[in-house]
Design a protein around this ligand. Structure first.
Ligand SMILES: Cc1cc2nc3c(=O)[nH]c(=O)nc-3n(C[C@H](O)[C@H](O)[C@H](O)COP(=O)(O)OP(=O)(O)OC[C@H]3O[C@@H](n4cnc5c(N)ncnc54)[C@H](O)[C@@H]3O)c2cc1C
Length: 603
């Protein structure tokens, strides 16, 4: 452990030079300085330091992931919300959501949000990336990214899923994946999906696309533990590399530019442990790569002088590169909220709602790595198109939805299921004494776009996040359709036979409304009100510093180099040119893998 620990440090004085030192040649230097040890940052640090002649410094604001039990134990991740491992962002009050502020959890530890998320490994639709190519992003199509999805993955085949073509998955990458284990009620949901017209899918992650209903592949290793990008890419072997240093509990406060040449060059960053703690500087011999996430990246760029003119002027920040797209084009997936259906005993993980049941499951996981705690809370999903005329949207069909999909084979809708009662405000643990299953939904291609702007010029103050949810009627109409489809699914055997529907819940504040609504209470007015109180983020914001072909409407070029400066790249979900119709963690890992190879090839 000695050498291994010495490369994982939490003291910036061991890594940088006091900021009082103005002679740049005296600063401690690294070839690559990576800001943000999150999902993408860990991939880049690991891959770039494979070349022992290249020195890499990875800087993470949060703590190490090591020993964080709720991160290791797959089903326990909601316990990390509102803790020191969560940035605890929230949006400003959302007018279409009853003026609610929406919680945006983001991982604040090594592995970033891959250390606290729901572990779903999903490529999203091939058309999403082919659409990027149509928009000018040559080299970022699905066929371009597929080798990197595979390079990252280490898939363990499952005897219970013989129809998955193993040759289409990566088998020697660092990131462990396997089939999510479906409690029996989930098989019933897939069967009911088939009956209402959503076909069974062997595997969401192939060129055939993602439309269909199936179980998910999850990033969990063979020991039943989360495989985050920190556990996968920063293994003890990697951390013992003499050319890699990982600095935790330290925030990057700004990027430092040299103005010696006509085009400003990123030459290093300034770091600190706390707002009033001493500051240190490190130099980047080759590049600074910012991987601070969809909130942190635009915030750090703007504080450092890269952003919209008005935003830089508002805070008197000396402009380094005026880029109007910084903080714009934010696209987040929206969910109607948790629709809970009562079910008959034994068909959900209802025993987890009792302290003894939860304790037994936790002990089982600790001793064997098996049981409900060893899997994602979202074992399966159905991807479909909301304009499919054959699906039973019922009265929801009256609500017009625009086609914002990325192609005819791409979905705009996802139905998820949880074999337990998910708390209405999100994915907390089950309320005591309840028994049921939860259907979730996701609007995959929202029309409404949001923004990230500054609150101050300090990274220690959270920026202003505006999800701008449901500003367009099509987004609201979509959610209405989804809730009606959920009702139809629940009424379809074999799922219906496992539920305990009485159709007698008239109180719109009940956890079982609209799931078990009394006929007549599910009116347009009641449903719209319910949505305004319950609709929430599905926690997939992307695009706040997007890649594109022009500095006029994007932030980074096709090699993720920030426009208007040299020596600076960005790589995380903020660079997505448009939203993907699925889950963004595997896509951002593939993007980071591709960038690492590109840098290594060119250096
Ligand atoms: C609860 C939840 C569940 C989710 N479930 C799934 C899922 O099942 N599947 C899926 O595909 N996606 C899921 N997502 C989304 C997905 O996890 C994220 O989109 C993705 O992991 C983001 O990766 P990133 O590299 O952009 O940012 P992050 O992983 O958030 O990394 C950013 C890192 O930068 C650090 N940082 C920020 N600012 C600074 C600074 N100034 N100095 C130093 N460090 C800094 C942060 O601490 C963080 O570690 C989920 C998200 C949430 C919140």
């Amino acid at each position: 452990m000695g050498n291994f620990q010495s490369k994982l440090v939490s003291d910036p004085s061991r890594v940088g030079t006091p900021s009082s030192e103005t002679d740049k040649t005296a600063w401690r230097s690294y070839d690559y300085v990576i800001v943000g040890g999150g999902t993408a940052g860990c991939v880049l640090a690991s891959r770039l330091s494979e070349d022992r002649g290249t020195t890499v410094l990875l800087i993470e604001a949060g703590k190490s992931n090591q020993g964080v039990l709720e991160s290791r134990m797959p089903l326990a991740f909601p316990k990390l919300f509102f803790t020191q491992y969560d940035w605890n962002y929230e949006t400003i009050p959302q007018s279409a959501l009853n003026d609610r502020k929406v919680h945006w959890p983001r991982g604040k530890l090594l592995g970033g949000t891959s250390s606290i998320n729901a572990l779903l490994h999903h490529h999203s639709a091939p058309e999403d990336y082919d659409n990027w190519v149509k928009l000018g992003m040559t080299g970022w199509g699905y066929n371009d990214l597929l080798p990197y999805f595979r390079k990252a993955e280490n898939y363990t085949p499952s005897a219970s899923h013989p129809d998955v073509d193993v040759s289409l998955h990566g088998s020697s990458g660092p990131w462990h994946t396997r089939q999510a284990d479906l409690p029996p009620v989930c098989h019933a949901i897939v069967e009911s999906c088939e009956k209402i017209g959503i076909p069974y899918s062997k595997d969401f992650n192939t060129k055939a696309g993602t439309i269909g209903a199936a179980n998910f592949i999850e990033f969990v290793d063979q020991k039943g533990e989360r495989s985050s990008t920190a556990t996968a890419y920063l293994t003890p072997d990697v951390l013992s590399r003499p050319n890699l240093t990982v600095l935790v509990e330290t925030s990057t406060e700004r990027i430092i530019f040299s103005d010696e040449l006509a085009t400003p060059r990123a030459i290093g960053v300034e770091l600190s442990h706390a707002p009033a703690a001493p500051r240190y500087r490190v130099a980047a011999n080759r590049e600074v790569i910012v991987c601070a996430g969809v909130v942190g990246t635009p915030q750090l760029l703007m504080i450092s002088g890269i952003g919209p003119k008005s935003e830089l002027e508002r805070f008197n920040i000396t402009p380094v590169s005026v880029l109007e797209a910084v903080g714009k084009n934010l696209s987040d997936h929206l969910s109607p909220g948790a629709v809970v259906f009562p079910c008959k005993p034994g068909h959900s993980l209802d025993n987890l709602s009792k302290p003894i049941g939860a304790a037994v499951a936790a002990v089982r996981w600790l001793l064997t790595g098996k049981g409900p705690m060893s899997h994602t809370v979202v074992p399966g999903a159905a991807f479909f198109r909301s304009d499919n005329p054959n699906l039973p949207f019922g009265p929801g069909s009256e609500y017009l939805v625009e086609d914002l999909t990325t192609g005819p084979g791409a979905p705009d809708a996802e139905l998820t299921w949880f074999p337990l009662v998910a708390h209405p405000s999100g994915m907390g643990m089950m309320p005591k004494g309840t028994q049921g299953i939860t259907l979730g939904g996701i609007l995959l291609q929202p029309k409404s776009k949001g923004s990230i702007t500054l609150k101050s010029t300090s990274v220690w103050e959270k920026p202003v996040i505006n999800g701008n949810y449901m500003q367009d009627e099509t987004d609201l109409n979509f959610l209405i359709r989804i809730v009606y489809l959920q009702q139809a699914l629940a009424q379809t055997p074999p799922l219906r036979d496992l539920l305990d529907l009485k159709g007698d819940v008239a109180d719109v504040n009940s956890i079982f409304w609209p799931g078990d609504a009394r006929p007549g209470t599910l009116t347009e007015e009641a449903l719209k009100k319910w949505l305004s109180v319950n609709a929430t983020s599905a926690w997939h914001p992307v695009g706040s510093a997007r890649m594109g072909t022009s500095a006029k409407d994007s932030v980074a070029d096709l090699e993720l180099r920030v426009y208007g400066v040299t020596g600076l790249r960005i790589c995380d979900t903020s660079v997505f040119p448009t939203q993907v119709s699925g889950h963004p963690c595997a896509p951002v890992v593939a993007i980071a893998e591709k960038l690492a190879e590109l840098i290594k090839t060119k250096q």
